[in-house]
Write a protein that binds this ligand. Sequence first.
Ligand SMILES: [Fe+2]
Ligand SMILES: [Fe+2]
Length: 296
Amino acid sequence: MNPIKIGEVDKVTITTLVDDNSGFNSQFLGHHGLSLLIEITSGDIRKKILLDTGQSEKAILFNSRHLNIDLNTIDMIILSHCHYDHTGGLIGILKEIGREIPVIAHPAIFRQTYSVDPYLRSIGMPLENTKENIRQHGGHLLLTDKPLNIMKGVISTGEVERSTDFENKGINTFNIKENRISHDDLIDDLSIIINIRNKGILVISGCSHAGIINILKHTVKITGIKDVYGVVGGLHLLNSSDLIIDKTIESLSNMNIQLVAAGHCTGLNGQYKLSKAFDKGYQMLHSGKKLEITSK
Ligand SMILES: [Fe+2]
Ligand SMILES: [Fe+2]
């Protein structure tokens, strides 16, 4: 496969609209889940992408007001995967925007998925997130398992190839299809790839269920760009052993990554070990946290 030529961007600003962590001494609300507002400038084009919608729109609307962010100016929504803590606020956000807007996701996002941790419950998209209801509220669905060009310098990963031997042991969730119970391998997990001029690739993920190293390897493979500048998002090291966290950090270090900004499902042990390994290159996400990355 020939690499996809994605072009470059000049500037990326990422604002955490909601994270599990409200931040110390903060005016913002924390709520289990994630929603990131990504503003991208490439030449005279400027676009705003909302990656994920938290588990409800309430904290996002509250935090946006305190950040002076007008959600009506969002150009598109990307859903990283089906989990309720990333998709639960979708209809509420669409109502707030009140006009037609692209909603990009993997086609498998509509399957129902369950967990028994700590008891049997549905953890996929809420039932109100039907294709019909999303369309009725202005969501123009673009469903693909392939990388999708978003704008100059920005693509989605599409379905991520699982190539490492230590990642993607999965989380203990399952599907029920034609009366059969099967393990849910979260094939719908996708991330955003941004190529920052003279810096390299920035990958922004929701939960990294495909494994952050798998996601980065997949990114290098599909773009042909070897310089990975940074990763932002949930790294899902929450229940990972020290061995897996250490292997993840070793792989990130081998890629010479400059920025790791992690939150949500990264877990305290993961946060601690990443902050020790990357020192000033490490930042902890929390509601209201703003990151600004400009080309050199
Ligand atoms: Fe999550
Ligand atoms: Fe998740």
